[in-house]
Design a protein. Sequence first.
Length: 445
Amino acid sequence: MFATLSDRLADTFKNLRGKGRLSEADIDATAREIRIALLEADVALPVVKEFVGAVKERARGEEVSQALNPAQQIVKIVNEELVEILGGETRRLRYAKSGPTVIMLAGLQGSGKTTLAAKLAFWLKEQDKSPLLVAADLQRPNAVNQLQVNGERVGVPVFAPEPGNGVGDPVAVAKASVEEAKRTLHDVVIIDTAGRLGIDAEMMKQAADIRDATQPDEVLFVVDAMIGQDAVNTALAFQEGVGYDGVVLTKLDGDARGGAALSVASITGKPVMFASAGEKMTDFDLFHPDRMASRILDMGDMLTLIEQAEKAFDQEQALKAAEKLTSTGDFTLDDFLQQMQQIRKLGSMSKIMGMLPGMGQFREQLDNFDEREIDRIQAIIQSMTPAERENPKLIDGSRRLRISKGSGTQVSDVNQLVDRFFEARKMMQQMAKGGGVPGMPGMPG
Ligand code: GDP
């Protein structure tokens, strides 16, 4: 699902790694790549334009967070914009205050409506609701029977016109079903309506008539994610012809691109409320824009890490360090220690590392990571004199021996720390030259 988009975006972010600051050219190049990624994933052009425009503006703008490096910032912005085009906050079903909640499904034939009706019924049952399925698709010869079979599978009764009553009037059936639900104490009514292979006026009118007759609490537009750009046109046609409150995406398991489906919420202004990704009754759930966005970004828990970094980040301290660094080009062991302590605030090292994408394969090493490492570094630095911390070049052989004794470590530990410090300082100075705020060593990017 959305594999093309995920891969493309991952490549884009990779190109940003290690950059201290984003130049105008970097932002343009990144925006171009994101644009291509979205277009390749079949996202509708107006949505792409808006998306890329917003990312560009925000990447340039003031709001960029001091706590994050440029790659992280772009990931964060892209993530938030993705959540936005997917409809923002998770939109839950609205239940009627009194009497049965009426949910009406509309969509093209083959969109997966009938299957979805049963999945939704099953899902509602799990929420302790008592749904009634209604077969108001009297167009497709086998639709009633299919709903009955599915209803039986999930143990939900189906209200259908009596066999032998001719073709039947779907509007009358739908209307009667609500009365039936009241009588039999079902608290949710799910009305499956007729679809056609293409949009047609008569079908729209029938759906609109059912809507008027039953006054649904929710009208859901069901759309097959595999139909590509047609999803957008169909969504607009149904919006005009019937109107709906939310969108249900089906067959998300089938399309590696799926971008058209991503465009529907943005173009119609109606949130995606449910998603279905398989033929099993359980392959169905509420749609969470935020979870879907992080899945598309395939960032493991990177986003959680970004959030935590922002929370733990002590802006004042970092600004002071940045100021010092840019004015004097200095980065001392005290600054190094402070940065280590900031990382500490994020949680244990193995937890931090475990949140990074692609780290799953290093699980074993992570589990074996010695959390006392940071304590050791701290002890070593604290065994140094202020002059040594300020100017680590002073730390010669005999001083190293003294420091190792003072901190209860080996000389090799002190050597290693000093080497690492010089490396970090080089990086900091490069960043200072680029004008960026120093990030935290060891952070992804
Ligand atoms: P309707 O005409 O809109 O009522 O569509 P159906 O419910 O009959 O579904 C059409 C076809 O799509 C059937 O073969 C379903 O098994 C299949 N289908 C429905 N939902 C999904 C889904 O989420 N994933 C996949 N792979 N197939 C689905």
